[in-house]
Ligand binder design. Structure first.
Ligand SMILES: [Zn+2]
Length: 439
């Protein structure tokens, strides 16, 4: 005899602080806790004090049952008898699975889940003493855009200003995500996407990854733990899963909404897992060179620290190119408002460049194109006029190209300026350093 298909109720929404509890969260609880939930649900159902929990799919009341699996007693949600037999999560005496019916149900089930989450979040944002007002799914007239939007939840807190919460469901399309991000960025209203149904690990659908990336590698979730923490602290708190270097989500930590970073594009993050780790790596590599140049006599290429610095590069470069790197570091220091000449005894960068570009045999003569590309994209772009420009123009010898080891080395050392893709990313995230921004 064929076994009837067993469906599991993947989550339930509880009254008050308990909030949404997923099937996984329930199973992870000790029996003392899920047993208490079970008792309180039953008490309430029998007319006493307790809590109510509703199936996140169909919205009808559920209770907690248990079954023994491998000698372990595991809790799961079940619909009450007479609950919605059309619920795709219904595991009672349905005649057949009826895939089709489940599909037809889809629009409706998501709207229950969606409404339950919106109402829970609305309850939570009102716990905060700075609360002024909120709207669920109400038209928000535009200030900067042609059209308004219907944010899932719009909130105003004293001192924090307005912010918008959107729930991302598995079928939210990339274009919709993009449109909403652009809209709220223009309106100057912080926007936080709350994801549902994600767990640590790497198996995350692309449209979720898109939102996580926009939040700098942070996935925000409103789960049972976040709900409990929000009620305990009387403010909006979220579970935050951070993406590691391999693109896998780490187990969640609980974060306060008002302690997140709110960058210019209004998509907040807890820790920048996208740009910050790469900038840190670049700074660390660069520090080896800065330290070496600080003690360098500007001639001795076999200096230990210079040799050590050379080992940070992906390709071997001619030792005389060290002077060019020192010149580039001097240009960057100048652009950063901390002028220092690492390459020569000249008084300033201009003198140094002119000194090394006297003719085709000058030490910087093979790097005019490289230096031009570099300087053009920094605060020192003004150097590309006057005496330096006329020296550049006089050089006729063959130039190092982007394929040369020297250019590749500089691309690793100063990618903010010389790696066009990385530069674009920095601009996109609003993280282009000031010194790499031409005047
Ligand atoms: Zn249901």
């Amino acid at each position: 005899m064929a076994r009837k298909p067993t469906r599991i109720i993947e989550g339930a929404m509880f009254d008050g602080e308990i909030g949404p509890v997923s099937a996984q969260e329930l199973i992870a609880m000790p029996e003392s806790q899920w047993g208490l939930f079970r008792d309180r649900i039953t008490d309430r159902h029998n007319g006493g004090e307790g809590v109510e929990a509703r199936c996140l799919m169909c919205g009808t009341p559920v209770f907690i049952q248990s079954k023994v699996n491998n000698q372990e007693r595991l809790p799961y949600f079940a619909h009450y008898r007479g609950g919605d037999v059309n619920c795709p999560w219904y595991n009672g005496k349905t005649k057949d699975p009826e895939q089709l019916r489940a599909v037809q149900y889809h629009g409706q089930q998501e709207s229950f889940f969606h409404r339950a989450m919106c109402e829970k979040l609305a309850e939570v944002v009102q716990l905060d003493e700075r609360y002024r007002k909120h709207r669920i799914d109400k038209y928000l007239p535009p200030k900067q855009n042609d059209n308004g939007r219907f944010p899932d939840i719009y909130v105003e807190w004293e001192g924090i200003g307005p912010f918008v919460i959107e729930f991302q469901l598995s079928h939210t399309f990339q274009t919709e995500i993009s449109k909403r991000c652009i809209h709220y960025e223009r309106e100057g209203i912080p926007l936080i996407w709350i994801l549902s149904g994600i767990a640590p690990g790497s198996n995350i659908p692309q449209n979720f990854r898109d939102v996580i990336r926009r939040h700098r590698g942070n996935a925000f979730v409103f789960d049972h733990k976040a709900s409990m923490a929000s009620f305990a602290n009387k403010t909006l708190m979220l579970s935050c899963l951070q993406m590691d270097e391999l693109g896998e989500l780490q187990p969640p930590v609980i974060v306060r909404f008002d302690k997140l970073f709110f960058p210019w594009n209004k998509l907040p993050y807890f820790k920048d897992r996208v740009i910050a780790p790469r900038l840190r790596l670049i700074r660390n590599t660069r520090k080896v060179w800065f330290d070496a140049f600080k003690h360098w006599d500007k001639k001795n290429y076999s200096d230990n620290m210079i040799q050590n610095a050379l080992s940070t590069l992906p390709h071997e470069i001619p030792c005389t190119a060290v002077t060019m790197i020192a010149a580039v570091f001097s240009i960057v220091a100048e652009a950063n408002g901390k002028p220092e000449n690492f390459a020569s005894g000249h008084e300033n960068v201009k003198g140094m460049l002119n000194g090394y570009l006297m003719n085709n045999n000058g030490r910087l003569a093979p790097y005019v194109n490289l230096l031009t590309s570099l300087i053009r994209n920094t605060k020192t772009s003004g150097l590309l006029s006057g005496s330096v420009k006329s020296h550049f123009d006089r050089i006729t010898r063959e130039q190092a190209t982007e394929e040369s080891a020297e250019w590749k080395a500089l691309k690793v050392l100063i990618p903010e300026v010389l790696d066009p893709l990385f530069r674009q990313e920095l601009i996109y995230y609003g993280e282009l350093p000031n010194w790499a921004n031409p005047e």
